[in-house]
Design a protein around this ligand. Structure first.
Ligand code: ME8
Length: 518
């Protein structure tokens, strides 16, 4: 069994979770579930990033100690996971002893090897990004870009990690591993970044300025820089689980690829003598009205309300169907409703209703065996084989949006098959030929439905389960075998009805129109 270890970024707990956080969990979950179905031994980690200036500042604002603040906020992030049906195996908090211990061990080891040194630094510092800046970070007019927030000039002694000496090694590594970063064009951006010389990385913050961090093991006057601390979560969470490290994929957003994940992290691992992950998946941003959605975009619309309103599967389906992994997508309720109505309610929901209704009406609720069909049946079956054979490699290559499009096409064609076959007409005929065709069409629509929902079960696990239940079907253990067209449903007793994707309630304004002035 192949070991497959996948992680999400760990979220800052200085604000409530938003759509960007939810998407990353869902995308990673879809990959994790897919790999489990493919037979891998999956370990799926997610968690929260609790140290640093931002969290300390948010706790101060609330007037409570940072640990208390983190305990509360972490609950909110953890609570999101079951709501989204996330199948993580572990949840890490960077304030946990198991993490702190590993961070201190790695720091001590690097210090003993001479990879870390103390030096005076004078320069500009961005509190918002918690990083020292260089002249090349300035705007052409000399000002600092908005993303850095307030920039102050400081002079202080700090511990530095010898990043620069590994620059050549990293370039060579990326050249030898051209698929280290997905999508591939992002790897080119990293190579561009590495054309300029790297500076050594300041990995400490004096306690006088920042208390909320992991103490440096060799100097109690300093705490660890939050990125050095946070990146190590991927390793610390499995340090006591032999055979799990290295990670297969780190799933992150494009904003934290360069430099933290694509430069600091590989160099940290290499310097510490640890194996490198297979790669990094960098997804794009959810945008709203042209701006990146974040904690500060306000509460004009909280996309997580959609989970409450439409259930986790519709939400997961939308995120995965809508976004091409790596690119940005605009979030609107209108677009959500378009996909919900046309793809889930009218396409999938319709097939479920038709299958249950017609099996009940024409076959006493028991799925008949298929008999000899004609070219209509043959062409649906061959479309199925094609759909499945394309779907799996698409998922392996993170092209989930296209994979779902293919699955939807198969459902559309199945509904078309029903239109053309018109079982309601066959049901009126007493001809044995028509009766045989009727039985075949009932078996065919049920089997097509079973196959389609087996195919997309990593995206819509609850829906698949519900549909299997109303089809009176218990799937076998080997997913790949479940995808072969056959007669598994013959003789199954179906339920009479299942409401899966109810019509959305109209917005309050429409439901209760204002009275006209007389
Ligand atoms: O960066 N669309 O935490 P974070 C899509 N603690 N993804 C988004 C997004 C959006 N609008 N906004 C944020 C941190 N994300 C660090 C990570 S990992 C060792 C430390 C993604 O809470 C973002 O790209 O700011 C990142 O991958 C994740 O949410 C957490 O962001």
């Amino acid at each position: 069994m192949e070991s497959f270890y996948i992680t999400t970024a760990i979220d800052y707990v200085n604000g409530s979770p938003h759509l960007g956080h939810a998407y990353e969990k869902v995308l990673t979950d879809v990959i994790a579930r897919f790999r489990r179905q493919m037979g891998d031994k999956v370990h799926f980690l997610t968690g929260v990033d609790e140290h640093g200036q931002k969290v300390q500042a948010s706790a101060r604002k609330r007037g409570i100690p940072p640990q208390e603040f983190c305990d509360e906020m972490s609950q909110e992030f953890r609570g999101l996971l079951p709501k989204l049906n996330i199948s993580n195996d572990d949840f890490i908090r960077t304030t946990e002893p198991r993490h702190k211990q590993v961070v201190q061990q790695v720091l001590q080891q690097l210090f003993d090897k001479g990879e870390i040194y103390l030096a005076e630094y004078k320069g500009f510092y961005s509190t918002r990004q918690e990083q020292f800046l260089q002249d090349k970070d300035r705007n052409p007019d000399g000002t600092w870009p908005e993303i850095f927030g307030e920039v102050t000039e400081i002079a202080e002694s700090n511990y530095f990690f010898k990043l620069r000496q590994y620059q050549e090694w990293l370039v060579g590594f990326l050249e030898q591993n051209p698929n280290f970063i997905f999508p591939a064009y992002r790897q080119k951006q990293v190579m561009e970044f590495l054309k300029d010389p790297l500076n050594d990385l300041s990995i400490s913050r004096p306690k006088s300025r920042l208390e909320w961090g992991i103490p440096m093991p060799f100097d109690g006057n300093y705490v660890t820089y939050v990125w050095f601390d946070a990146l190590l979560n991927y390793y610390s969470a499995v340090a006591d689980k032999p055979g799990t490290w290295p990670a297969t994929w780190h799933v992150i957003g494009k904003d934290i690829l360069v430099p933290p994940h694509a430069v600091y992290w590989p160099i940290m691992l290499h310097a510490a003598g640890l194996a490198l992950p297979k790669g990094i998946v960098a997804h794009g941003w959810w945008m709203q009205r042209g701006a990146k959605m974040s904690k500060s975009t306000g509460n004009a619309l909280n996309p997580l309300d959609l989970v409450t309103e439409f259930g986790p599967d519709a939400f997961r389906y939308f995120l995965i169907r809508e976004m091409n992994v790596g690119q940005d997508s605009d979030f609107t309720r209108e677009q959500f409703l378009v996909r919900y109505n046309s793809e889930l309610a009218n396409n999938l929901g319709n097939l479920v209703n038709r299958t249950l209704n017609m099996t009940t009406r024409f076959a006493g609720g028991v799925i008949p065996a298929a008999e000899a069909g004609d070219e209509l049946d043959a062409s649906l079956r061959s479309l199925w084989d094609k759909t499945r054979d394309e779907f799996i490699p698409l998922c392996e290559g993170f092209q989930f949006h296209t994979a779902l499009e293919r699955a939807m096409f198969f459902l559309t064609e199945t509904n078309q098959y029903i239109e053309k076959r018109a079982p309601w007409k066959l049901g009126k005929s007493a001809e044995p030929k028509d009766q045989a065709l009727l039985r075949t069409s009932l078996a065919t629509m049920a089997e097509a439905l079973r196959l389609a929902v087996a195919l997309i079960q990593h995206v819509t696990p609850t829906t698949t389960e519900k549909i299997n239940a109303v089809l009176g079907y218990q799937p076998g253990a080997v997913w790949r075998e479940e995808l072969n067209w056959g007669s598994r449903l013959t003789g199954a007793k179906v339920a009479e009805a299942l409401v899966l994707f109810p019509r959305p309630q109209p917005p309050a304004a429409e439901a209760a129109p204002a009275k006209k002035k007389s």
